[in-house]
Design a protein around this ligand. Structure first.
Ligand SMILES: Cc1cc2nc3c(=O)[nH]c(=O)nc-3n(C[C@H](O)[C@H](O)[C@H](O)COP(=O)(O)OP(=O)(O)OC[C@H]3O[C@@H](n4cnc5c(N)ncnc54)[C@H](O)[C@@H]3O)c2cc1C
Ligand code: SF4
Ligand code: SF4
Length: 441
């Protein structure tokens, strides 16, 4: 007996509704995967029913609800026939099947190890900690990607921070970071080894490289993630503040691989170092030669300002001031307290915008993310955009004269009072304790 070929359930065709098109510029045309929609000279879409595969994409993108789906006479007959048979015929969806095959080709979690002169940015090790959790959920390897010159010592370090495997490109062409060679190198590795996730630090280098790579490999990139997880379909759930930080959005890239995310330093905790842990090193040769690279590093001039630069992101104790400081000259009382405690002074955006503190001291969504042992917020109300940058501090001390200030909701210790009295009093007490040998900085 010959098995009957299953009948495909008709999906309908798209058609334009009279007078509803607002000539938006052809979103329907761009959305159609089979070129069934073409704009005429008046900017109105013409839909060729014979070409239409009924994917409904044009209907979904149209801002004017100008397109609807309908069944042709022939399709209606098939539907009637199917209804008579009482059989629900499974819809075959070649697009979905194709997508499944494509997604399955990509496996493994990668962390890009950012280094400068062989010194690794700490955020890379933080990301190996996060990457390990994601890799465990997916049941795949955690891999580090090391690109540089004379970086043969870095795989050992990457293993000790959790990597199972290291892809290593160690060539003179990578002596200094340049967008072009690093992008080409990483794209070459992606093409060759097909990872499903790539994590990078949201540093100057990471932001530059991630954007360039995502553009070349045509995938999505979520910048400045504050949370990463895996859903039931193996997709990376990338959470980050959106709409000015007023909501947290979870972004997915479920149709393209690799899924790329950047995370700022200190957002993720440092993992435990595993001394003696080994792993596999995969040396990869690049297909680059110096002659074909347009940018050259002629000389490196260190910024003298950067030499005295205070790294609030790495500080253990931060005394931060906000609009409640009332003026630049008043930050002296915070400097004094920070000096007594061996810390540094930070600021809210209001204080930075007022010109009271330099931009590199700003804590928050558009400033630095910090995770000190002690964070003292003086005259800072606790706007969400500020709190996302400091809420993971071990101890938060808030000084504010408004007892309703939101900062108290996340404070470990709250002092309701005038900071111009409270801060000098704390400084004085710390000084006394230090002088008597009872206080530790
Ligand atoms: C897209 C976007 C990104 C942003 N990014 C950031 C960011 O990265 N970082 C950031 O900080 N903000 C950011 N903001 C701004 C943020 O929304 C707030 O406007 C800002 O954090 C408020 O700063 P503030 O707490 O210093 O000032 P205010 O909100 O004005 O608070 C001042 C506080 O000082 C208290 N005070 C006044 N005088 C005294 C006194 N004598 N003693 C004690 N307390 C006193 C007041 O009670 C008040 O609570 C961003 C906003 C947007 C829209
Ligand atoms: S339904 Fe799909 S295939 Fe048909 S015209 Fe719209 S976008 Fe094109
Ligand atoms: S998307 Fe809608 S409004 Fe835009 S051109 Fe197509 S039919 Fe017209």
């Amino acid at each position: 007996m010959v098995a009957k070929k299953p009948v495909k359930k008709p999906r309908g065709k798209a058609r334009l509704l009279d007078g509803k098109c607002i000539a938006c510029g052809g979103r329907c045309e761009s959305a159609c995967p089979v070129d069934a929609v073409v704009l005429n000279d008046a900017g109105e879409p013409v839909i060729t029913a014979d070409k239409c595969i009924g994917c409904v994409k044009c209907v979904k993108v149209c801002p004017a609800e100008a397109i609807e789906m309908f069944f042709t006479e022939e399709e209606k007959k098939i539907l009637e026939e199917l209804a008579k048979q009482g059989g629900v015929v499974e819809e075959d969806d070649p697009e979905a099947a194709q997508l499944k095959v494509y997604l399955a080709e990509y496996r493994g979690v990668w962390v890009f190890v950012e280094q400068n002169d062989g010194e690794v940015a700490k955020v890379s090790w933080e990301l190996l900690g996060t990457g390990a959790e994601l890799a465990a959920k997916l049941g795949v390897e955690l891999c580090a990607v090391v690109i540089g010159a004379n970086v043969g010592h870095l795989p050992e370090q990457a293993f000790s921070w959790g990597a199972d495997k290291v892809y290593l490109m160690d060539e003179p062409v990578f002596t200094h970071y340049r967008t072009e060679p690093y992008t080409k190198a990483l794209c070459q590795m992606i093409e060759q080894y097909k990872p499903e996730i790539i994590l990078m630090g949201a540093t100057g280098m990471g932001r530059d490289l991630a954007g360039a790579v995502a553009t070349v490999v045509k995938t999505g990139l979520t910048a400045d993630c504050t949370g990463l997880d895996i859903d039931q379909e193996r997709n990376l759930m990338q959470t980050r503040p959106a709409f000015g930080g007023n909501i947290m959005a979870t972004i997915m890239c479920d149709r393209f691989r690799p899924q790329m995310a950047t995370v700022r330093p200190h957002v993720m905790p440092m993992p435990e170092a595993q001394t003696g842990k080994g792993g596999e090193i995969i040396p990869v040769r690049s297909i680059l030669d110096e002659g074909s690279i347009l940018t050259k590093v002629v000389e490196i001039i260190r910024d003298s300002k950067a030499m005295d630069h205070v790294d609030i992101a790495g500080a253990n104790i931060i005394v931060s001031g906000g609009r409640g400081m009332m003026g630049k000259e008043n930050f002296g009382i915070l400097e004094e307290l920070a000096d007594e405690l061996g810390g540094v002074v930070g600021a809210s955006r209001s204080a930075v915008d007022s010109g009271w503190m330099p931009g590199d001291r700003q804590v928050g969504q558009t400033g630095k993310t910090v995770r000190p042992t002690i964070y003292i917020a003086c005259g800072i109300s606790g706007a969400i955009q500020h709190m996302v940058g400091m809420q993971d501090s071990d101890i938060i001390i808030a000084i504010n004269r408004d007892r309703e200030a939101p900062i108290f909701q996340i404070a470990t210790y709250g002092i309701v009072g005038d900071l111009f009295q409270v801060v000098p009093a704390i400084t004085q007490r710390v000084r006394e304790l230090r002088q008597s040998g009872r206080g530790a900085a």
